[in-house]
Design a protein around this ligand. Structure first.
Ligand SMILES: N[C@@H](CCC(=O)N[C@@H](CS)C(=O)NCC(=O)O)C(=O)O
Length: 221
């Protein structure tokens, strides 16, 4: 099977699919595009004009990170979705919640003023508190087994770590389960390998380019 994942280096949704592919030790190629100037061939194959898109055997196009990850999970050995349908549904619900948390990080980066930034930061904090309330003892979302929910949240935690160098995103003592989960996920080899070595630099550059409140907190170069 030939798998080509169309990617934008900074996209957390792409990263979810990459983590799943790496965790499964699947062979795939990664094609990076510039989302600021997307090539026509990409716009022709991506129904929403978004990454990630998975091209299977050179012709079939699958889109939406959750769908791509589930497909990868189904075709490679070692299931990363729980066997129990209710637990599977719960995981899918919380994966969707993780996407809403990611949206808050985009909004934080785009916030032009400190006040606006603080409003959005409060929205994110409220979501992280909700998450803390449903987390189990860990180390992973479902306990001992790494799952697609873990693959879905790792990109969020990678970004919160970087944002945490600029502002206190959350106090680890207030959200101890979240903090432990984040630490566990960021140490998983597939998560570490899913991220470009120059990721922090790219992320800072994106913050700088947005020229919002967060950009003003970056160290001067
Ligand atoms: N729900 C989608 C979200 C993907 C998404 O928003 N990707 C962003 C990059 S991180 C994108 O392609 N944006 C381009 C656009 O909206 O035009 C998924 O989970 O795959």
């Amino acid at each position: 099977m030939d798998l080509e994942l169309i990617s934008f280096e900074l996209c957390p949704y792409v990263q979810r699919a990459v983590i799943t592919l790496l965790y499964k030790q699947a062979s795939f190629t990664l094609t990076h595009i510039d989302l600021a100037d997307p090539p026509k061939w990409f716009l022709d194959i991506s129904p929403f004009g978004k990454v990630p898109v998975l091209r299977v055997d050179g012709e079939t196009i699958i889109f939406e990170s959750a769908v791509i990850s589930e497909y990868i999970d189904e075709v490679f050995p070692g299931r990363l979705h729980p066997a129990d349908p209710l637990q599977r549904a719960l995981n899918r619900s919380w994966i969707e919640f993780g996407s809403a948390c990611l949206t808050e990080t985009f909004r934080m980066i785009n916030a032009k003023t400190a006040d606006k930034f603080e409003d959005i930061h409060a929205d994110l904090l409220e979501k992280l508190q909700q998450l803390e309330g449903i987390l189990g003892p860990g180390p992973y979302f479902n306990g001992k087994q790494f799952s697609l929910a873990d693959a879905a949240y790792a990109p969020l935690f990678a970004r919160l770590e970087l944002l945490g160098e600029l502002v206190e995103v959350y106090a680890k003592t207030d959200l101890p389960k979240t903090a432990r989960w984040s630490e566990t996920l960021l140490a998983v080899p597939a998560v570490q390998r899913s991220q470009a070595p120059h990721f922090a630099e790219l992320y800072h550059q994106m913050i700088r380019n947005r020229n919002g409140h967060l950009a003003s907190l970056l160290p001067s170069r």
